[in-house]
Design a protein around this ligand. Sequence first.
Ligand SMILES: Cc1ncc(C[n+]2csc(CCOP(=O)(O)OP(=O)(O)O)c2C)c(N)n1
Length: 325
Amino acid sequence: MSLSLNLPPDKQRAMLSQMLTIRRFEERASADYLAGKIYGVVHCYIGEEAVAVGVCSALERTDRIISTHRGHGHCIAKGADLNRMTAELYGRQTGYCKGKGGSMHIADFGIGMLGANGIVAGGISIITGAGLAAQIEGKGGVAVSFFGDGASNAGPFHECLNIAATWKLPMIYVCENNLHAAQTTAASTHAMPDVAGRAAGYGIPGVIVDGNDVFAVYQAANQAVDRARSGAGPTLIECKTYRHRAHTERKGQPDPRDRAEVEAWMRRDPIALLTGQLREQGELDDAGLRAMEGDIMAALDAAVAFAEASPFPEPEQATDDVFAA
Ligand SMILES: Cc1ncc(C[n+]2csc(CCOP(=O)(O)OP(=O)(O)O)c2C)c(N)n1
């Protein structure tokens, strides 16, 4: 674990609280999905929480991010409302997409969250457009693209890095390298093991970070934010991390990953690492952790109650807000 960077203890605890919120939110979403209360598909971010929280802790509310199919963590880290997120997963009218988008389409422009995205690498182009918008606005805004190792093999990654580097857009490209794209290993589809090495082809910095160390991620993100705000252009940050769950939460979902690999990464759980460090520093004790967990569970209970009390969309609303079919 890296140094805590002399961050105020409150900020460190807030980071832990956000990471725990993501984890408990998804544990519940997974259980509710398997119980048939949630529709569509749920991809859990469990194990990767330090990436979203480390990066978003370095951003302002007005900075913009875009997410992936594995988007709950990015939404929560950017400040999305748990009630509206839960209602969306439950398919209710009070959800972010009025219950018609589900897990992979949560967006909240008011907090700079431009959306999860079911198209692998699809978000990279959209957020690069937001980077261009930020440059034109001239207010020092930054745009952040989260994406996986699989997405880094797709055309939009290369096209966007090229134009963002050429135009010195205020972009941060954050690759969450969890070593697998669905059932395919990164090793079998990447000519170079490190995605960060690809930055050299576009003349921008490529940084490798321990993605399970929230302070290391935060530090790298801060440097990239400074560079972007100063007009020097984009940075590619590769966070080495791992998902604890299979690709999706479906019953019987195959998980062909090597058991020893899974177990080794489970031993480097980002939440356990941060909790241990805060305890060692004397900034968290049992009572503090219990209180934090209690607050999170109360907020999640309230969110589920909010969702369950909300109506489903009416059939005649099916085509409302649909721009093309
Ligand atoms: C364009 C496109 N191709 C294929 C898929 C099916 N698909 C969904 S998730 C996924 C794997 C993505 O892997 P990665 O980008 O590494 O993200 P991770 O799931 O590891 O977070 C694939 C192939 C898709 N949704 N979109």
